[in-house]
Design a protein around this ligand. Structure first.
Ligand SMILES: Cc1cc2nc3c(=O)[nH]c(=O)nc-3n(C[C@H](O)[C@H](O)[C@H](O)COP(=O)(O)OP(=O)(O)OC[C@H]3O[C@@H](n4cnc5c(N)ncnc54)[C@H](O)[C@@H]3O)c2cc1C
Length: 337
């Protein structure tokens, strides 16, 4: 492979049954920054049952060019047809960089595509930079104790996955123009093709913690599953969601969907309550970009206080009910107005 033949930054656009995923818009924002610095095009690889419905939005979020792969084969995510389409996009466009979301889909698709193209992949990056035109991909290593910066010197594209919530999307520029190319490509129904017989969506009563504006997060200091009632009560006063540290999830007090951190979700709410959470590096990796962090911990030396905007040394079992009570009073007085 002659790496000089590869130009441009490509973002794989993730949609689920036609709904654009936020992570792709965040990657378009980051891709725009990289493309501008390199002086190249930002290309969106748009693979969907009705890809044309999404293309203009992608341009308004920063893409210069959209390559559109539309087919009923892409109605649901399946490894083989998506791999074939993305491989085709790489083979024809030859981008020097390819970014995907580190979602369940991205984590399935990226390694398959990397292996088919014959290039490397750096998964779960937390930052991306350029040095002498090469992509510097930084991610936690050795259990999050060090940050490793990885380069892909001899192969293209330089591939990276990034978790939702890590990068920022651009403001939408309504009416922005760019090139939209419909690609004539039909995936081959080979032996690795699976057939989806039916699809049942799992309904969760909990909201996605990545979308929450306020998170009330509890750690091992909460002490027991039943004690989360106190956190639920506080959350209810602010239309917030309850989340947790891994210690609380491992103890079975909260489901994994609520876990914040390196092996959970990366969140960026307006307000993050860290209650009985020590502030291990793997937890901080998932929440330190929150706008305002309020920590309650009985240990005044807890690391969480190093990232907190407001810290309270105390017993959460006393503090949380008091704050909930105060907020309930405020709400009641507003209703009586
Ligand atoms: C590869 C790897 C990936 C990981 N991924 C994650 C991840 O995604 N998310 C994550 O969270 N962790 C992750 N961890 C685990 C992480 O290292 C910590 O073990 C974990 O975050 C600790 O959770 P915690 O803060 O709730 O518990 P602890 O570290 O035990 O802290 C409990 C805190 O509660 C305080 N406390 C106790 N009682 C009270 C009370 N009554 N009132 C107030 N404060 C009180 C204590 O002072 C203490 O600071 C990972 C680890 C590894 C090796």
């Amino acid at each position: 492979m002659d790496i000089k033949d590869y130009k441009g930054v490509m973002v794989y656009i993730e949609q689920r049954r036609g709904t654009l995923q936020n992570v792709s818009l965040e990657l378009l924002g980051e891709g725009r920054r990289l493309a501008d610095e390199l002086g190249v095009e930002l290309i969106a690889a748009n693979i969907a049952e009705h890809a044309d419905e999404l293309s203009q939005t992608l341009i308004e979020y920063g893409a210069d060019r959209v390559v559109e792969y539309s087919s009923p084969d892409y109605a649901y995510y399946m490894t083989e047809p998506y791999t074939q389409a993305l491989f085709h996009a790489i083979d024809t466009v030859k981008p020097e960089i390819l970014l995907l979301g580190a979602t369940s889909i991205g984590r399935d698709l990226a390694p398959r595509v990397a292996s088919r193209v014959g290039t490397g992949l750096t998964a779960d990056c937390t930052s991306l930079d350029l040095k002498d035109g090469m992509l510097m991909m930084t991610r936690p290593a050795f259990g999050g104790n060090i940050m490793a910066t990885i380069a892909c010197k001899n192969h293209r594209p330089q591939m990276s996955t990034v978790r939702p919530g890590v990068m920022s999307k651009l403001e939408r520029e309504k009416g922005r123009t760019g090139k939209i190319e419909k690609v004539d490509f039909t995936p081959e129904k080979n032996s690795q093709y699976v057939e989806i017989l039916s699809f049942e969506e799992k309904k969760s009563e909990k909201k996605d913690i990545k979308e929450a504006r306020i998170l009330v997060s509890g750690g091992r200091g909460v002490g027991a599953a039943a004690n989360y009632d106190k956190l639920e009560r506080l959350a209810a006063t602010m239309d917030a969601e309850v989340s947790a540290s891994r210690a609380a999830v491992d103890a079975g007090w909260q489901p994994h969907s609520q876990q914040v951190g390196q092996t959970g979700s990366t969140v960026r709410p307006d307000v993050y309550f860290a209650l009985g959470i020590s502030g291990a590096i793997q937890h901080l990796a998932g929440m330190e970009e929150s706008e305002y962090i309020i920590a309650v911990n009985k240990d005044k030396n807890a690391k969480i206080f190093e990232v907190a905007d407001l810290g309270l040394v105390g017993d959460l079992h006393k503090v949380v009910p008091l704050v909930a009570e105060k907020l309930e009073e405020i709400q009641a007085s507003k209703k009586n107005f």
